[in-house]
Design a protein around this ligand. Structure first.
Ligand code: FES
Length: 159
């Protein structure tokens, strides 16, 4: 059987595509998984903490009954001027973040304890414990607030 140049190239290309396909699919699936480790459907509502700011500072006790007592926990801190997301990523470290989603301004109220990511209830944007975007539609990080943890008390500078 005589094979012309066009048939040869066509068959060679199809063979190369079949060989490369599993690798390409694997890369695409892997990048999707690493870009979005949080399924918004798995997130649940954050516990809330009521607080008051005085002279631009909020101070809360982190005792055994606090929703923030355990490493990996998070809460929505509500005060007279709004609310703040607070999480507890390691022993003595806390993050205080704006709870206003950078996509369209919804208040972020959900948290996935497994991945320790916050989830916006409006369109599913996911933010990590430092407020960085894990997946959109939000395109920018949540602003952060300075905080200090001393002797079981967390102080957050909000003003
Ligand atoms: S307002 Fe948060 S994802 Fe749209």
């Amino acid at each position: 059987m005589k094979v012309n140049r066009r048939d040869f190239l066509s068959k060679a290309f199809q063979g190369a595509a079949l060989i490369a396909l599993p690798g390409i699919l694997g890369s695409v699936l892997e990048s999707c998984n690493s870009a979005n480790p949080t399924n918004p459907a798995n997130a649940s509502s954050l516990s809330t903490i009521q607080a008051t700011s005085q002279s631009g500072l909020i101070t809360i006790d982190i005792n055994s009954s606090s929703p923030l007592a355990k490493t990996g926990s998070a809460a929505l801190l509500q005060f007279q001027n709004g609310s703040i997301l607070v999480d507890h990523p390691s022993d003595t470290a806390f993050n205080a973040l704006s709870s206003i989603c950078t996509h369209q301004g919804c208040t972020i109220t959900n948290y996935d304890a497994g991945s320790q990511n916050f989830v916006c209830p409006c369109h599913g944007s996911v933010f990590n414990a430092k407020g960085q975007v894990v997946s959109g539609p939000a395109g920018s990080s949540l602003p952060t607030y300075q905080n200090q943890y001393v002797n079981g008390q967390l102080t957050i500078k909000v003003g």
